[in-house]
Design a protein around this ligand. Sequence first.
Ligand code: PAF
Length: 287
Amino acid sequence: MYIAHTIADLRQHMAQFKHPAFVPTMGNLHAGHLALIKQAKPLGDVTVSSIFVNRLQFAPHEDFDSYPRTFNEDCEKLEAAGCNVLFAPTEKDLYPEPQTFKISPPAEVADILEGHFRPGFFVGVSTVVMKLFTCMFSEAEGKRTALFGKKDYQQLMVIQRMVQQFALPIDIVGGETQRADDGLALSSRNGYLSKEERAEAVQLSKALRELAQNYRADANNLAALETKAMQSLANRGWQPDYLTVRRRADLQPPHAGFSSGGQSSDPLVVLGAAKLGKTRLIDNLEF
Ligand code: PAF
């Protein structure tokens, strides 16, 4: 695996390839990232990843400093998964001067859900992803592909819309969420959980599944069902930010009353974010 640390080095190396398939990450790789690398393999003539913990998407009180950095282990995992090129810039390489030009995604997708509880998060994500795209794909001549996990469902949607509105010639592909045996969605932040918290953590995906089931049974009472789902997690010691049913297409609330059962005919997703101790977890299920 070739490792490029600077934009110039990356561009020079990428000039020999036509169809890169790219998996951006912040490192501390787990089976979810590696599944994306494997999914990327047949989609391009070179499989590329990046590791960069992007300060721009962390609020000052968040975990930028403590975010796990495991570069050597990550390199071994990427090689074993078949990654050909890794872009691993330092902050000075990627942001040689303060990044004052930024991508500002529209409020209707970026200020709801995650964006409501993490103001500025999607500005930071969109800005770094745009910059990574320009570094990664500037030499490519044909099909360019980038893959993002569905665990960050809203992130995937924001990136899809950014690519569409800027007419970037990049196919955005979503990868299924990978889960531990008990159903907990894999995340680098799971490493923050104590043993007891780890055992409890699966309750988030259980609460989401239950909310989806309850919505199927009684679509006219969504607000009450969402409150009940949040309350039952709170009763177990969680601090929920949101548990909610949304349309997959735009993450807006479903219109009830379309079918005989009162349920929306739109494809839906149930999304949740909640803190367990000091660790904030997110998850979602399409239904
Ligand atoms: O999902 C992530 O790991 C990050 O948000 C991303 C897309 C690599 C941008 O920093």
